[in-house]
Design a protein. Structure first.
Length: 212
């Protein structure tokens, strides 16, 4: 099956994460008594502006990412201060693999036809190798980066801001920008004091903080 867009869902987020961040930060200054029902908003924004980012590590989020390629996951896993659980081509039979279609290929009829033909040839070759009793861990060597590779990604809020700062720039690759944009939109609802400073440019699928 051809896939054109990723699907990102939130699996878990630290309960009362912003209040936890505020309490951790106020512990540094022995100002716990200044906490109020909504004091985390100004406290967190001020901390981010001043570069006191370590307190953001006390809260985290986990996402399931579907419909994104192995080329994308190769980029994502470079963020080493995070945790990953990824679909295994060694143990999963890939005879019915899904594949991602880049926008410029999808927009060109001749390129798309060539791309589909290559994918189906790859599928047929993979199936033939498996029928020859070649192990999945060896048959996978022919599989391209275009294949969908499901992944669960967990990171603390500080690392997530680092990911967004790097991967939502215009120069970042289109697919990782699409995934990160979905994650950012989710977190702007879940933790607006931590992520609400990002200004989103929908047209270019980019975002940048107005606090840094």
């Amino acid at each position: 099956m051809e896939i054109y867009n990723p699907d990102v869902s939130l699996l878990a987020v630290t309960p009362e994460g912003e209040k936890l961040i505020e309490e951790a930060g106020r512990t540094c200054y022995l100002s716990i008594s200044k906490m109020t029902d909504e004091s985390e908003k100004s406290f967190i924004r001020s901390a981010i502006r001043r570069g006191h980012h370590s307190i953001l590590e006390h809260a985290s989020a986990s996402f399931r990412i579907l419909g994104a390629s192995r080329a994308f996951t190769h980029q994502l896993v470079r963020h080493r201060l995070a945790s990953f659980s990824q679909q295994s081509q060694r143990y999963v039979d890939e005879a019915e693999f899904n594949f991602i279609v880049p926008p410029d290929i999808a927009a060109d009829e001749e390129a798309l036809s060539l791309y589909r033909e290559f994918m189906e040839n790859t599928r047929e070759t993979y199936i033939k190798l498996r029928e020859m009793n070649i192990k999945k861990e060896n048959a996978r060597f022919i599989l391209p980066n275009a294949l969908e590779s499901q992944i669960v990604f967990s990171a603390n809020f500080r690392e997530l801001r680092t990911v967004f700062n790097l991967r939502l720039e215009r120069a970042a690759q289109w697919e990782i920008r699409r995934v990160c944009m979905q994650m950012l939109k989710i977190l702007q609802k879940e933790a607006p004091s931590v992520f609400g400073d990002y200004i989103i440019d929908e047209g270019n699928c980019t975002a940048a903080s107005n606090l840094l």
